[in-house]
Design a protein around this ligand. Structure first.
Ligand SMILES: [Fe+2]
Length: 271
């Protein structure tokens, strides 16, 4: 049995800055504490990008400080809000693939995790900055990792969903070559689950027969109307993280709304 926790879209900011009035550190710390308390047996925590909001030094330093006393092993990839070079400078222990992308494989006893880097690598302010891609080099690397997994079940972790999720604005900035990605994984037939972030909402389903799950952010969430085109609208709803547990014949996917759990616990403690 393998248990993996997923935190996505942390959007860490420099001290004193907030998103819709919310402090990312104040929202993340209770989530990490909840995870450490409820799932001390987790094999790993994976952070699926948008670690910071501006990709700046101060925010990566702050995230490092927040993670410093966290007891579980953590693996990280980046999202569109991150800056690859700045991230690597602050997290030099994160392994990169041979082309310098923040991609790695982790083999557990009963599955292989493949962590992908979908960051476009363009300057902030570029019109395509929010979108994602897996370039030829990254797809070739993925091809090798899936071939090497053979018939071991594979779970892929990536920031940008490789298909539409139903939100008009977010669908415009999904992985731009999702069908090429799906062509590749279909050739191997061993990917059992895709886990993504980017959308800031709990979404699951399947695309071309492959199950996917998207989790909420600890911080701010996507408003529910599907037609919203402005991707910068956000709502203050409880933060969450995901939990994946392998079983003898499959995989369980849970989402933990830890903010609700914490407020319920405080109410019980008070009573
Ligand atoms: Fe995000």
């Amino acid at each position: 049995m393998t248990k993996i926790l997923v935190f996505t879209d942390l959007h860490m900011l420099p001290e004193g800055k907030r998103i819709i009035g919310l402090d990312p550190e104040q929202r993340l710390r209770p989530g990490l504490a909840h995870a450490a308390r409820m799932h001390p047996d987790a094999d790993r925590v994976i952070l699926t990008g948008d670690l910071t909001h501006y990709g700046d030094d101060a925010s990566y330093q702050r995230l490092r400080r927040v993670l410093a006393d966290f007891p579980l092993p953590v693996s990280i990839t980046i999202g569109n809000h991150d800056d690859r070079r700045t991230f690597i400078r602050h997290f030099p222990e994160e392994s990169l693939d041979e082309n310098g992308f923040v991609q790695r494989v982790i083999d557990f006893e009963d599955m292989r995790a493949v962590i992908l880097d979908t960051n476009l690598g363009v300057e902030r302010g570029h019109p395509d900055h929010a979108g994602g891609v897996l370039c030829e080099k990254r797809l070739a690397w993925l091809d090798q990792q899936l071939a090497a997994a053979a018939d071991r079940p594979v779970v892929i972790f990536m920031h940008h969903p490789p298909h539409d999720t139903g939100f008009k604005g977010m669908d415009a900035i999904k992985l731009s070559n999702g069908e090429a990605f799906h062509d590749l994984i279909a050739r191997h037939g061993n990917v059992r689950q895709i886990v993504a972030g980017h959308v800031h909402r709990t979404i699951s389903g399947s695309h071309r027969g492959v199950p996917f799950a998207v989790f909420k952010s600890p911080l701010h969430q996507q408003p529910t109307p599907f037609e919203v085109e402005d991707t910068h609208t956000s709502v203050d709803e409880p933060g969450a993280y995901g939990i994946l547990i392998t079983t003898a014949q499959g995989l369980l996917v849970h989402t933990e709304d830890y903010d609700i759990a914490e407020s319920a616990r405080r109410a019980v403690d008070k009573a």
